[in-house]
Design a protein around this ligand. Structure first.
Ligand SMILES: [Zn+2]
Length: 474
């Protein structure tokens, strides 16, 4: 691939990924040539840069599986299977080969040693050639039964935190173990023409010969890039205030129109509640995936295993993540409750406004309370105690139910408790302020708390922290 200069001068400084990808279905591999123009927005000088290599979590012999033990059979539909990423070469703009190493407990980090120290506000272009082998697995990255999912497939720059360093957390079966900065993407993807594609960003060019299709995609100011291929896709679209909303179901599905309309309603509701959707499109993609749904910028996966009764709920929850995760980012490994709690509570707010779905908001809060109490009761009985700490790394949640109860359910209860304490008006003003202030950035729990303090005029720190860190047993 021809290396171009970073050329970021006229744009707001952020990382820029240029990727040329080709998918070989026979070998089940995706080869990629990626140029990352990395901008040092920190106050420190760097001699090395760090990139996540998430596909290596799917390699065989890992101590930790990529899915919870009770979901192995559903995930590995065709027996155990492995995937990984091979780094084929790393070089700089002048074609000089870079010194690099692959480190981390899951070989999950690529460390690139720079030729020259990268000082604040300087940028460097790094060319990485890679090849990703997909496992046969119904997961966010993998060759699933009905769709081929490309989530977290490429080397993505680790977030640098002042005073902490580069965040290098490994993959984990619980939750969405990701953390990244908003960047620009220019991607071309070549694949067999019989597939349809759903993607982050906007397709700007497309060409096909007898066998292959090649699409060019631009995605500006997004914190990740994902795409999905399938022969089964059938799409319904609506345009709403300049945003194209796509729903990808499977051929023969009779609920395409219904689902695209729900998605449009969810987008509209969250625009009104929190602030504008700053992209041109969003794709809601039915896919071979395990856990309800999964969010990426401009694209969400909805598991084709979700029961019909829960399908709309999952669509709404995943769309809420466009506000909480995609636009306002956070460290999903260490503070999962921050986006999950907000996405889940936003879902309840959607149903509060749309009574036509027959959900009762107050009843949903009571159900959340009962669900958490039951979790406390059962875990106390089985383990003698329960750990209700919400704000902790994914690896410290001992089971999936503990993770779900402490991040989603307790997240909902925390937010509703704040709403009841400061009233609806201030609560909604705080959410809008949080959204606007941290759009395209990564927010921390302290940022979240400080917004609620400033809007409510009440020192809520101790109160919110008691939810986050105390082993509340109700
Ligand atoms: Zn979620």
């Amino acid at each position: 691939m021809a290396l171009s200069g970073c050329g970021m001068a006229e744009k707001e400084a952020r990382n820029h990924y240029v990727m040329s990808l080709a998918f070989d279905e026979e070998a089940m591999t995706l080869t990629g040539q990626q140029t990352v123009c990395y901008v040092n927005l920190s106050e420190n000088a760097f001699d090395s840069l760090y990139f996540h290599l998430y596909p290596n979590a799917f390699a065989s012999g890992r101590e930790r599986s990529v899915v919870a033990s009770n979901k192995m059979d559903e995930a590995y539909y065709d027996g155990l299977s492995s995937g990984w990423i091979d780094i084929l070469s790393v070089c700089f703009e002048n074609d000089n080969k870079a010194q690099y190493e692959i480190s981390g407990e899951q070989e999950n980090i690529l460390v690139v040693n720079l030729q020259e120290t990268l000082y604040p506000d300087e940028e460097v272009a790094i060319n990485i050639d890679f090849s990703v082998k997909l496992a046969n697995i119904n997961h966010r990255l993998g060759n699933g039964e009905n769709t081929i999912n490309f989530g977290n497939f490429y080397p993505i720059a680790c977030v640098y935190e002042e005073g902490v360093g580069f965040s290098q957390n490994p993959y984990h079966a619980n939750g969405d173990p990701f953390y990244s900065d908003c960047s620009d993407y220019d991607v071309t993807i070549k694949y067999a023409d019989r597939f349809s594609i759903a993607t982050s960003g906007n397709v700007t060019k497309e060409r096909a010969d007898e066998e292959n299709r090649c699409v060019a995609i631009e995605a500006e100011n997004v914190r990740d890039f994902c795409f999905v291929l399938s022969e089964k896709f059938e799409k319904a679209s609506v345009i709403q205030e300049g945003v194209t909303i796509n729903y990808y179901g499977y051929k023969g599905d009779t609920d395409l129109e219904e689902n695209v309309n729900v998605a449009a309603q969810a987008v509209q509701t969250f625009v009104e509640l929190f602030g504008e959707y700053p992209y041109k499109q969003i794709s809601i993609v039915k896919a071979s995936f395990l856990n309800g749904g999964m969010e990426y910028p401009n694209l969400v996966l909805i598991s084709d295993k979700v029961a019909a009764a829960d399908y709309i709920y999952v669509i709404v929850h995943e769309i809420a993540h466009q506000w909480w995760y995609s636009v306002v980012g956070n460290d999903q490994y260490n503070h999962a409750w921050l986006d999950e709690g907000l996405a889940e509570y936003s879902t309840l707010l959607f149903f509060k406004q749309h009574t036509e779905y027959g959900e009762d908001f107050n009843q949903m809060i009571i159900s959340a309370e009962n669900s958490y109490k039951l979790f406390v009761k059962i875990y106390t009985k089985v383990n003698g105690s329960v750990d209700g700490v919400m704000d902790k790394p994914l690896c410290q949640f001992e089971t999936e139910p503990e993770y779900v109860q402490c991040t989603y359910t307790k997240g909902v209860l925390l937010l509703d408790s704040i709403r009841q304490t400061i009233g609806d008006k201030k609560f909604h003003r705080a959410l809008t302020k949080y959204y606007n202030e941290f759009a395209f950035k990564n927010a921390t729990p302290a940022d979240f708390i400080s917004v609620f303090i400033s809007v409510s005029g009440t020192d809520m720190e101790g109160y919110i922290n008691s939810w986050l860190y105390d082993k509340i047993v109700w």
